[in-house]
Write a protein that binds this ligand. Structure first.
Ligand SMILES: [Zn+2]
Length: 373
């Protein structure tokens, strides 16, 4: 972990600069953003000496009308040249793409949301700049644990990480598609978030094509969405389709290779995702299905609790092999429905619709068994 005292180099200088920039944004919107350092003492289990270190995230909170539900978009401001030396803490590690691209997108979105929604949305939005990602997701793990310990409902835990490269080392080019990763199982809330991003992208940001990947992350790689996913939160990762492995974690990860236009497209997709989710009612609680006795168990009854501010509900159906919902049934203000399918062959979901037309993420049945919420 790098020097934290220098005013110009290392993690300390970086986080103070980020804090100062976000504080300036907060001042411009009359204090609508709450900017804070989020420190935590953690053990670097990857290091042979297992040192205890102080990781310090920088957070900008945009409080919504509901301060218990939070939507998190993060990027990590630490970088490394760990492909040369895993624990080198003194050499230049520019990290322009990994993860200056995500960091700048998150900071810019904080500015844009503060400007357009100085009174917040329905849910609270947290723009998070994480430390210690390269040493084992240290900052995001600390923040996910903090949110859960403090009783927040995490609507989404998203990370922008490696979002600016459009030319691969073999010369292939792609500046129009973005991979969005969501882990198993297929009824995990992360998949619902990915389906939401996929739909929102088609609707609001057709200039960028979402490439949904039903996998936690790239093979043998990780990111700051994982601590949220592992706690049962809806969590996804946004990453460029063409990574340049000759620049990552090396002194060659410099600004010249980052496409600002592409980062902006990813940020617009993030913005559409945050805006729609934060304007929607909460996901209906206590959604459950039981076999219907009158049909001899051939049909199932779905029930759920009313969601605050919902004006109606939609029941969703898909076969277990379908990547997206195949049927959407508007059910008005009912909080129960006899499903028109045999649930043993399908997934069902229910989502809340707000007066503004925005929809919550769906609660899915059967639910992922290990998820404790
Ligand atoms: Zn990264």
């Amino acid at each position: 972990m790098s020097d934290t005292l220098s005013a110009t180099r290392g993690a300390g200088a970086a986080r103070r600069w980020i804090h100062a920039e976000l504080s300036r944004v907060a001042a411009d919107c009359g204090g609508c953003l709450r900017v804070e350092f989020d420190p935590g003492m953690v053990t670097v289990t990857r290091h042979p000496d297992k040192p205890s270190v102080n990781v310090v995230n920088v957070l900008a909170w945009l409080p919504g009308r509901d301060t218990t539900r939070v939507i998190v978009l993060g990027g990590h401001y630490d970088s490394c040249i760990c492909n040369i030396d895993r624990f080198d803490a003194t050499s230049d590690a520019p990290g322009a793409d990994d993860d200056g691209s995500g960091t700048s997108a998150v900071m810019e979105l904080a500015r844009v949301f503060a400007k357009h929604y100085p009174h917040g949305l329905d849910a609270t939005v947290v723009f998070a700049l994480y430390a210690g990602e390269e040493q084992g997701l240290l900052g995001s793990t600390h923040f996910a644990e903090r949110l859960h310990a403090q009783g927040y409902t995490v609507v989404a835990g998203m990370t922008d990480d490696i979002d600016g490269n459009v030319i691969a080392d073999d010369g292939s080019v792609d500046s129009t598609s973005i991979r969005v990763f969501a882990g198993d199982p297929d009824n995990h809330p992360s998949r619902e978030l990915l389906r939401h991003v996929w739909s929102v992208g088609e609707l609001y940001q057709p200039s960028v094509t979402v490439l949904p990947v039903f996998r936690l992350d790239r093979i043998q790689r990780g990111g700051d969405h994982i601590p949220f996913h592992n706690k049962g939160d809806a969590a996804v990762r946004f990453t460029e389709r063409l990574e340049n492995y000759k620049r990552q974690h090396l002194p060659t990860d410099t600004l010249g290779a980052v496409s600002f236009g592409y980062v902006a497209k990813v940020a617009r997709l993030n913005g559409a995702t945050i805006g729609t989710l934060a304007a929607a009612p909460p996901t209906p609680d206590s959604t459950a299905a039981r076999r219907d006795q009158a049909s001899g168990g051939q049909r199932w009854r779905l029930t759920w609790h009313r969601a605050p501010n919902a004006v109606s509900y939609e029941v969703l159906l898909r076969r277990t092999t379908a990547p997206r919902w195949e049927r959407v049934i508007a059910v008005g203000t009912d909080t129960t429905m006899l499903l028109p399918v045999q649930l043993d062959d399908a997934y069902a979901g229910v989502r809340a619709v707000g007066a503004n037309g925005h929809r919550s993420l769906a609660a899915v049945v059967p639910a992922a068994a290990f998820v404790s919420r």
